[in-house]
Design a protein around this ligand. Structure first.
Ligand SMILES: Cc1ncc(COP(=O)(O)O)c(C=O)c1O
Length: 369
């Protein structure tokens, strides 16, 4: 114990969020209206109108606590995914569910397995519980599932898999994930939980899509997490959900704050879930924007990791220098040195005009180097 907190808490390197537009405007004396933010994998279309009107109606009820059990949203999710409502846990963003899983399953003397360059919150959630980290070297910037299986130890209680992964954008085909789930369950039974984090699932091309709710029926040690923050456009409202069988759902609920998802968020999520048109527009815009960015990187001879999410990881060499030059031009992207990728930047896919402005700026910066 030092400074009144346990050593494992003092050792936490805090999460580095994307720079807010207002902060950049103040720092470089820029007009906020001319700043573009491609740094937090948000939906450039913003929030769907359907969700906005549902949210505005719910705002009138804010004098009361939200439904602690999220009855209507859970019912809608249960119908969508073909599982009992009792298998659904709601979260304050899917980040909350990652925390809940680590709270329920980890502690000192236990360990979590996750991949190098995987989503930073796996490290933070493990660290906050005082648990041991088993970080498995990445293979081609993605998860090496065989090595992850082999790395599971007697004290392992949780394995985090991001599919697609952030910040690398890599993807594991359904057959590989199922084989992994089968092997983990055969070898370890319910002792080891796999948390399959599918925050970017809705951006997958149709031929790659799969139904992970069926895996939840098959594997009693599986939690699948999803979010309304990305393709559904509700990042600011903070809504995510997990699907798992009753044993795991019960564990998550033991450590969940009773009112963790507010009522406007619940109402907006129900509306967004039904808004197939908005989801399709988000997907198509992202697919086209990704093509434009990757074509530009190719032209500039910059290495990039083919992405299955709503962002692309690109190797620019002097990432700090290129990032600063972009900031001066009013463009915010994400340096990923803290993820072990010091030469790379992660760029979220924006509106066509935002992507074009980023490409133009990058071409000027890299071309001048
Ligand atoms: C892989 C992954 N999982 C989970 C999250 C958490 O998102 P949210 O809490 O907004 O659902 C993110 C956010 O960027 C992510 O990239």
């Amino acid at each position: 114990m030092a400074a009144g907190a346990p050593d494992h808490i003092l050792a936490i390197a805090p999460y580095q969020p994307g720079k807010p537009i207002e902060e950049l405007a103040r720092e470089f004396k820029l007009d906020p209206a001319n700043i573009i933010k491609l740094a937090s994998n948000e939906n450039p279309l913003g929030m769907p109108d359907s969700a906005k009107s549902a949210m505005m109606k719910a705002v009138t009820t804010l004098g009361r606590y939200p439904d602690p059990n999220g009855f209507e949203l859970k019912a809608a999710l249960a119908a969508r995914y073909g599982v009992p409502a009792a298998w659904v846990t709601l979260g304050n963003g899917s980040n909350d569910l990652l925390e809940l899983a680590s709270l329920a399953l980890l502690g000192p003397g236990l360990s979590a397995v996750y991949a190098q360059h995987a989503f930073a919150v796996y490290r933070l959630a493990t660290q906050a519980r005082g648990a041991r980290h088993i970080v498995v070297p990445a293979r081609e910037y993605g998860h090496d599932l065989n090595a992850m299986l082999a790395a599971i130890d007697q004290d392992t209680r949780l394995v985090f898999i991001a599919n697609p992964n952030n910040p690398t954008g890599t993807f594991l085909p359904a057959a590989d994930v199922v084989a992994f789930l089968q092997q983990v369950h055969e070898r370890w039974g319910d002792k080891v939980t796999v948390l399959l984090d599918e925050a970017y699932n809705e951006y997958l091309d149709p031929e790659l899509r799969f139904d992970s709710a069926r895996w939840v029926e098959q594997f009693s040690n599986l939690i699948v997490s999803r979010t309304f923050s990305k393709a559904y456009g509700l990042a600011g409202l903070r809504v995510g959900f997990a699907l798992a069988q009753p044993r795991l759902t019960d564990l998550l609920n033991r450590v969940r704050q009773p009112f963790n998802v507010n009522s406007p968020a619940q109402a907006a999520a129900i509306a967004a879930l039904d808004d197939a048109d908005f989801l399709q527009r988000s997907y198509a815009l992202n697919r086209d924007g990704k093509q434009a960015l990757c074509a530009a990187f190719q032209k500039l001879n910059l290495q990039f990791v083919p992405s299955y999410g709503n962002f692309v990881l690109v190797r620019v060499g002097d990432a700090a220098g290129v990032n600063l030059a972009l900031l001066k031009r009013g463009i915010i992207v994400r340096p990923v040195g803290a993820d072990g990728l010091p030469e790379w930047l992660r760029v979220s896919i924006g509106l066509p005009q935002e992507n074009a402005r980023f490409i133009e700026a990058l071409t000027a910066i890299v071309g001048a180097a």
